[in-house]
Design a protein around this ligand. Structure first.
Ligand SMILES: *[C@@H]1O[C@H](CO)[C@@H](O)[C@H](O)[C@H]1NC(C)=O
Length: 457
């Protein structure tokens, strides 16, 4: 149950594919697209076009994982490696824990999925990881460390000597409520970052899409439906693009505009769910083969999770594949043939939920958006049955032209450039819509007068 609160803003997102600085002394600003599994960073610097920041392995995205082992803190791939042998020491899938109480269903779900973490309730009733006798981490503190790392990547790759980057735009899932948004801002503050704006991820994606199609935007409205299946959740947004006339200091100008018309989401439909079901299938195969109590070993469970993830990806392009793990438990190896059909049967109840997300977005748009083109963002949409569900829900094959992985980070960095001082950019009017779940406790009534405040939150 949800209602759509449309925030009609006159804010201009200022964009230009080749963006040049107006003042030579403008500082670099960044965007951080922090997802459940991956973190991507965009940057704009004076005189340099916007681009994705490379991490220390020269990769364009970094696993959103932080680990602690023998007094050493690691991030990204290194932290993932630590997690293979010491799952409890490696913290991941943190996004969904932000701004929750300990007894929130998503926190309890997290505990059940990753039983090797010791998570307790703090005095304030929020979840806390017990790392060791002396160390505890809140989800906000761990996310802050990821954000600080993103800032550091940007400073290393682009910073002037000793120059700090402090301004950023951070993406959040559109369904994040006020407590979750506040938790993200708290984490950013801990990381030494000033948040120019938290931007809904689908809005960032739609901005990026519009920027590169500015020439296609004219007086005739056209529509795109963005479908984003991530690791933990799925969202769809129906967006309108058209030119509008705006009055600026008495002069009427024609400006391209994007408007979010409707949003649908499913907070628990995502890639992790499929991986976990596949892992359960592997465990049953192991148990059927007379293997030992693999569930009691966090390390073995972690190996199974990684193999299930690999298997899931391979099965999106192959009809069968052998899952194989060396010395899974007690030096015994594991091998099991798994077919795509088996995976699809395991997830059969999930595919109809894909269509439901789309239907909700279309319904929220109240009949507008006929002929919308379907645009995929997010890794989950690569799976063939998901694509099939999408194609039948939309009556068309998805367009494959978007760089699904980087669209949100790029859209957000355009936004950052427009909000920061020192950048000259061309306008795109943005009208956002926010979906607020009904279970949110509001601290204040949101009405027309609050629109700009909400937008800048
Ligand atoms: C807008 O562009 C589309 C496609 O390029 C074209 O079919 C349409 O006639 C244009 N509309 C106006 C009002 O110029």
């Amino acid at each position: 149950m949800s209602f759509v609160h449309k925030m009609v803003s006159t804010l201009s997102v200022l964009v230009l594919p080749l963006l040049l600085s107006q003042f030579a002394d403008g500082a670099s600003v960044i965007s951080i697209d922090l997802g459940t599994e991956w973190m991507k960073v965009g940057i704009v610097s004076p005189g340099v076009p916007m681009e994705i920041v490379l991490n220390k392995e020269s990769k364009r995205k970094t696993p959103a994982v932080v680990a602690f082992r023998d007094g050493v803190r690691t991030f990204g791939e290194d932290a993932v490696t630590v997690g293979v042998r010491f799952p409890k020491n490696s913290y991941k899938y943190l996004l969904d824990l932000l701004g929750k109480t300990y007894d929130h269903p998503l926190v309890q779900d997290y505990k059940a999925k990753f039983p090797y973490y010791e998570i307790v309730a703090s005095d304030r009733g929020t979840p806390v990881f017990i790392h060791d006798e002396n160390t505890r981490f809140t989800p906000e503190e761990l996310v802050a460390q990821l954000l600080a790392k993103a800032k550091e990547f940007a400073e290393i790759s682009h910073g002037e000597k000793g120059q700090q980057i402090t301004e950023c735009v951070i993406t959040v899932p559109g369904y994040f409520n006020q407590a979750e948004r506040k938790a993200m801002k708290d984490a950013a503050a801990l990381a030494g970052l000033n948040v120019l704006q938290l931007i809904n991820d689908y809005t960032a994606i739609a901005i990026n899409y519009g920027i590169f199609r500015r020439k296609e935007i004219n007086e005739t409205a056209w529509y795109a439906l963005f479908f984003d299946m991530g690791a933990a959740s799925t969202a769809a947004a129906l967006v309108e693009y058209k030119n509008v006339k705006v009055k600026d200091r008495g002069v009427v100008e024609t400006v391209p505009q994007m408007q979010v018309l409707g949003v649908g989401y499913d907070r628990t439909l995502g890639g992790i769910e499929m991986t976990l079901r596949l892992r359960e299938h592997l465990i049953k195969g192991w148990e059927a083969g007379g293997g030992g109590d693999v569930r009691a070993s966090p390390r073995a469970m972690e190996k199974l999770l990684r193999e299930a993830e690999r298997l899931k990806i391979v099965l999106s392009a192959n009809s069968e594949f052998y899952a194989q793990i060396e010395s899974l438990l007690d030096d015994k190896d594991f091998k099991l043939l798994v077919t795509r059909k088996e995976l699809e049967d395991l997830c059969a109840d999930l595919y109809p939920r894909v269509a439901a997300v789309i239907t909700r977005a279309v319904a929220a748009a109240g009949g507008a958006g006929a002929g919308a083109r379907l645009v995929l963002a997010g890794g989950g949409a690569r799976s063939p049955p998901v694509q099939a569900a999408l194609t039948s829900a939309m009556g068309q094959e998805p367009a494959k032209s978007i760089n699904a992985d980087e669209a949100a980070a790029m859209g957000a960095v355009y936004r950052a450039a427009s909000l920061a001082t020192g950048y000259k950019v061309a306008p795109l009017n943005v009208k956002d819509a926010v979906v607020l779940p009904v279970q949110v406790t509001f601290t204040r009534h949101v009405d027309a007068a609050d629109k700009l405040v909400s937008e800048r939150n």
